[in-house]
Design a protein around this ligand. Structure first.
Ligand SMILES: C[S@@+](CC[C@H](N)C(=O)[O-])C[C@H]1O[C@@H](n2cnc3c(N)ncnc32)[C@H](O)[C@@H]1O
Length: 396
């Protein structure tokens, strides 16, 4: 997994599929993923520790460095006893520098080495985020809790109690991470779906549908389409990926909600009529999801940011042309990069419809211009949230 992400630029999801296919049980797969995930979350700090214990610097892609990163992730993050780490990890270096790995790991265990409270960011990311970097990093130290969005927001108090969670907004319940989703009460009857609190904000900002028509552009896997359907909108959900839309189909069936599904490339598709509301949750670099996908910070750089920003501008321009005269359009990306958020606003022929603080969970506030940028370090004492840029527009 480390190889596939760092050398080939794959996502951890893609890498994990191939790398864990031979493992016998789902808990083995989960453990392998957790080790890789923590290795990425603390990669910069693990590398510093490794470098402090070697006389000659190991190459970035040396196998022994990869294995040492996994060893440190198990010992320092997953609390695996050092002898168990050694027993399993050294086998990965059969015929290779086992002694070196054993020696470096042993000397770090003897110190004993420790991690800082907040993970260090890759240098390029710290430079890119500038003054915001420290606050954001503070939200990246732990994997996130599990957020659920309820089909029936009037039942928030009931479900918060039944799920033994907390609620930070109507229709939202947060439970401790590690819960097995399918075993939680309400899963089988479709009373809720998994969705980060930040990811639930864009659809909320379109309000109640009362039978009006909404276009959910780039809709798969469909958390926002479900929210819109539950809020009384007549939903047209468009996405280029039929495979990802299968998740939406499954969730519609589970929740008993309805949406028209269109498999199409939004850069070519033309709707038959305009829409009362449009939600464009555009493809993006996803750097705002670094809590759950820590590898993203080691995979995404200026090239990917520029490519995504260009695609977003084209999608946004097309979507804006399909908005009815009194309609509202919400643009969202799960990114922390200004080029994908704020940078998109100025190119658009629509006006910002400013967000009001009363529309947002307490503790979050819109920018003076009326849009919202959430960051993983926000609401930290309640478990944090993903980084999202969200802006609402109407015709000027
Ligand atoms: C951020 S995800 C959307 C998440 C979704 N709104 C949700 O709430 O679950 C972006 C989606 O855009 C889709 N996509 C990317 N390029 C597209 C295009 N040119 N036309 C249509 N969909 C596209 C991807 O397949 C992906 O599902």
């Amino acid at each position: 997994m480390l190889d596939a992400v760092l050398r080939r630029g794959e996502t951890l999801d893609q890498a994990a599929g191939a790398a864990t296919s031979g493992l016998p049980t789902s808990s083995d797969v989960a453990l392998a993923r957790a080790i890789a995930s923590e290795a990425f979350r603390w990669l910069v700090d693990f590398d510093r520790l490794i470098d402090s214990a070697t006389r000659q610097r190991l190459a970035d892609d040396a196998k022994v460095r990869m294995v040492l990163r996994l060893m440190l992730a198990q010992w320092l993050r997953l609390e695996t006893p050092p002898h168990a780490v050694v027993a399993t990890a050294l086998a990965l270096l059969a015929g290779g520098p086992r002694r070196l790995a054993h020696g470096v790991f042993g000397s770090l265990v003897r110190q004993p080495a420790t991690l800082p409270a907040v993970p260090s960011l890759p240098e390029a990311v710290a430079r890119r985020w500038g003054a915001r970097a420290g606050d954001i990093a503070a939200g990246l130290a732990e994997p996130p809790p599990l957020d659920l969005t309820l089909r029936d927001r009037d039942a928030t108090a009931d479900w918060t109690e039944r799920l033994d969670g907390i609620s930070l907004a109507p229709g939202h319940v947060r439970v401790n991470r590690g819960a097995a989703v399918a075993d939680l009460p309400g899963f089988a009857d479709g009373a809720w779906w998994v969705q980060d609190l930040a990811a639930s904000l864009p659809a909320r900002l379109l309000g109640e549908g009362n039978g009006r028509r909404v276009l959910d552009l780039c809709a798969a896997p469909g958390g926002k389409a479900l929210q819109l359907a539950a809020a009384g909108w007549k939903v047209t959900a468009v996405d280029a990926s039929n495979r990802r839309l299968d998740r939406l189909r499954g969730n519609l069936e589970r929740t008993g909600l309805a949406a028209e599904i269109v498999v199409a490339d939004a850069l070519e598709w033309e709707p038959p009529t305009s829409f009362d509301a449009i939600l464009l949750d555009a493809p993006c670099t996803a750097t705002g999801t670094a809590r759950r996908h820590p590898e993203v910070l080691h995979r995404v750089g200026p090239r990917q940011i520029a490519e995504m920003a260009d695609l977003q501008a084209r999608l946004l321009q097309r979507a804006a042309a399909w908005l009815s005269p009194h309609g509202r359009l919400v643009y969202a990306v799960c990114s922390l990069e200004p080029e994908e958020g704020e940078g998109q606003i100025h190119q658009l022929a629509l006006a910002v419809d400013p967000l009001d603080p009363s529309e947002l969970p307490s503790g979050l506030s819109p920018s003076p211009q009326g849009w919202l940028q959430t960051e993983p370090g926000m609401l930290r004492d309640q478990g944090g949230l993903d980084g999202f840029f969200i802006a609402r527009f109407h015709h000027a």
